[in-house]
Design a binder for this molecule. Structure first.
Ligand code: ZN
Length: 508
């Protein structure tokens, strides 16, 4: 390794250490910090973030990167990947002047405050001026970053590199039609599950104990992580050997803690599967939010809501809630955990309706960024789309356009990654079933090792050496597309609800 590369790696390592410290402070903020500490914590984070940004966007860093890239001798594949990925980040970050970054941060925290109040009052007008400023700033950001087709592309790039608005319109168009058709058949099916038995009080400690058992079985390493409680579950990491998850439990909900933990466990297994040799560099990162989400959704939905999973776990699960599930069969619980019901809230949506929530947000975001609509028109448009896609009448902003935190954080372009995660998860899983013919039987025996091994090799270990579409293409031989996901839904829910197969969805 040349001295130039050694120096570069050392400098990048220091920046990575700072980022880890920031993430640890943020974790503490969500998990343990006493409420009065908030303003102080805000200052600590602002100082560290500014320092990080300055170090990374300095002319010295640019010089070091170019020197390392252009130096004598051939670069090892790892060094070449590290330099090109870091240059990509460097070029994007240096396009945003420090004055813009500061203004944006100030507006963000104001917008978050206003959103919190507006949501509590269910009054979009209270949030409207903030959202107008955020949208204007994001338009400015898109111009600074540059784009070919539409400003929305520039924002998407931050979350799902290489994805374009045009491609998403094509993919989502097909999803919208076919998922809406499937939901209609489900809602009209006479075979609705009996979920009355769920209406009991479920001991939250028992719920949490069970999540620990399942996380262990999945292969989550508690010696290199831990699980805590937070209002909104999340996964964070400060190193390959320190990957933490959070969950939450409610007495009146049997599945919230478990599905939340499995979801975050899927994210965490990705982080624990990154390579030790990539520590303290950007190669120890996932290439996109969509591919990260493919892991959480695969574990939560395709595995954790499968029949074999519940065949295996039900006898054990019953022991955690003595006398409360004596008559419940694996079929009952399988039906209950896959209950389809159009509803207003995205985070509570089932697999069949989830993507429609995303499509509503995507269409509104694109329209905002292209000046096709004004911010003031958002609630009306939102409610119309909820009626159109989900068949529900909505008048309450808190249950509608004010439900998500994302816009108050300036995160426009983020939502599509959730739907892409669903698509990638099904496409990858269909290939795993081919490569590991006994896969569902192994899951039925509580053995997740073959699944995890496949994911380690084909997804996790690459870090940022491949983009998300490349990972999917190399693993499955196909471009990312919606067909496997639609087939998965049709197969699973067709059987669950005794549906006649729609002519419009291809067979397997
Ligand atoms: Zn997630």
């Amino acid at each position: 390794m040349s001295d130039d590369i050694k120096a570069l790696r050392e400098q990048l390592g220091e920046i990575a250490d700072l980022k880890s410290a920031i993430a640890l402070l943020q974790w503490d903020h969500e998990v343990y910090m006493p409420p009065k500490a908030a303003p102080g914590r805000g200052q600590q984070l602002a100082t560290l973030c500014t320092l990080c940004h300055k170090m990374f966007t300095s002319p010295e860093m640019g010089g070091m990167l170019k020197k390392a890239r252009d130096g004598a001798g051939e670069l090892s594949p790892d060094d070449a990947a590290l330099i090109s990925e870091t240059l990509y980040d460097y070029e994007r970050e240096t396009k945003l002047p420090e004055s813009f970054v500061k203004t944006f941060a100030v507006e963000q925290s104001k917008a978050y405050e206003e959103w919190t109040k507006a949501r509590a009052e269910s009054d979009f007008k209270m949030f409207q001026p903030s959202l107008e400023r955020v949208v204007e700033l994001l338009k400015e950001k898109a111009e600074l970053l540059g784009y070919e087709d539409t400003p929305y592309d520039a924002l998407l790039e931050s979350y799902e590199r290489g994805m374009t608005t045009a491609k998403l319109k094509e993919i989502f168009g097909e999803l919208a039609t076919k998922q809406a058709d499937l939901i209609e058949r489900i809602v009209n099916s006479p075979n609705q599950p009996d979920v009355q038995w769920l209406e009991q009080n479920w001991n939250t400690k028992a719920q949490l104990d069970f999540t620990v058992r399942v996380l262990n079985d999945m292969g989550y390493d508690f010696d290199a992580g831990r699980q805590d409680i937070s209002v909104h579950p999340f996964t964070t990491n400060f190193d390959v050997f320190d990957v933490r998850v959070t969950t939450r439990a409610y007495e009146n909900e049997l599945f919230t803690a478990l599905t939340g933990s499995i979801h975050e466990g899927g994210h965490a297994l990705y982080e624990q599967g990154l390579l030790e040799k990539d520590r303290r560099t950007c190669l120890a990162e996932a290439p996109s939010l969509g591919i990260h989400e493919s892991q959480s959704r695969m574990w939560e939905n395709i595995v954790g809501r499968s029949k074999p999973f519940w065949n295996h776990y039900l006898p054990e699960f019953k022991k955690y809630f003595p006398g409360q599930m004596d008559k419940v069969t694996a079929e009952d619980i399988y039906k209950a955990v896959n209950h389809v019901k159009p509803s207003f809230i995205r985070v509570e949506a089932d697999e069949c309706t989830y993507n429609l929530h995303i499509i509503i947000r995507f269409e509104i975001e694109v329209a905002l960024m292209q000046d096709d609509i004004k911010v003031a028109e958002v609630p009306e448009l939102w409610n119309a789309k909820v009626k159109d896609y989900l068949g529900l009448d909505l008048t309450d902003d808190a249950l509608g356009c004010l439900q998500d935190i994302h816009w108050s954080h300036g995160a426009i372009g983020y939502f599509p990654t959730y739907a892409l995660g669903n698509l990638y998860s099904a496409q990858l899983f269909a290939k795993i079933e081919q490569d590991v013919p006994d896969l569902m039987n192994e899951i039925g025996n509580g053995n997740f090792r073959p699944l995890l091994d496949w994911l380690r090799t084909n997804v996790h270990a690459h870090g940022r050496r491949k983009t998300a579409p490349q990972i999917v293409r190399d693993a499955t031989g196909l471009e990312p597309c919606s067909v496997p996901y639609l087939e998965y839904l049709e197969r699973k829910y067709g059987q669950l609800y005794g549906l006649v197969r729609s002519q419009s969805v291809p067979g397997r």
